[in-house]
Design a protein around this ligand. Structure first.
Ligand code: ADP
Ligand code: MG
Length: 176
């Protein structure tokens, strides 16, 4: 599902990732641990070129990209295959849980509102938040807000979900 070959990333003279080789199979859940500042976020951000790697090859599904020859179309394609759950969940404070999950379907994928809300409701049911559909982020617990963030990632239909430090408030019963 994901493969890195000799992946490197430098910020100026600072080598943060030095020839990383890693293969992650479909269905695998892989956790990267290590002290603060060792490059965990940078590695995740390289998967979809939020950071442009310095050298190496990245594969997501059936797309392999040489980072020095990556075209705009290839980068967009990598981005479509991956979804990010950010550390602060990046929810819209003025939108309900349902609207947060449906937002992308309406704005990016241009689904009719009714269809998008129906799909968003199905996702909320799957992540155990059906009863919070009309709640705003400020009235939800950290773990619930995070699940809305996960619901948003699920709504993208991406093959891979990348989590940057998600565990602090994730309820164990929702880790599958
Ligand atoms: N945009 C950037 N410019 C320069 N240095 C950066 C940038 N982003 C991260 N770094 C540096 O790269 C190293 C790894 O950072 P990061 O990937 O955020 O680590 P982690 O997520 O493991 O805590 C750190 O030394 C950090 O200062
Ligand atoms: Mg980090």
């Amino acid at each position: 599902m994901i493969e890195f070959k000799s992946l490197s990333k430098q910020f100026g003279k600072s080598v943060v990732l030095d020839g990383i080789d890693l293969t992650i199979e479909k269905g695998e859940i892989t956790v990267i641990i290590g002290p603060s500042g060792t490059g965990k976020s940078t590695l995740l951000r390289c998967v979809n070129f939020l950071e442009h790697p310095t050298a190496g090859e990245i594969t997501v599904g059936d797309l392999t990209v040489d980072v020095n020859r990556a075209s705009r179309a290839e980068i967009l394609s990598l981005r479509r295959r991956t979804a990010f759950v950010f550390q602060n969940y990046a929810l819209f404070a003025n939108k309900t849980a349902l609207e947060n999950v449906a937002e992308r379907l309406v704005v990016v994928d241009r689904w009719p509102k009714e269809k998008a809300y129906q799909r968003a409701q199905e996702i909320l049911e799957r992540i155990g938040l059906a009863d919070k559909a009309d709640a705003y982020p400020a009235s939800m617990s950290g773990g619930q807000q995070q699940r809305v963030g996960i619901g948003r990632a699920m709504a993208t239909g991406a093959d891979v979900i990348l989590f940057d430090e998600p565990t602090s408030s994730l309820d164990p019963e929702w880790v599958e």
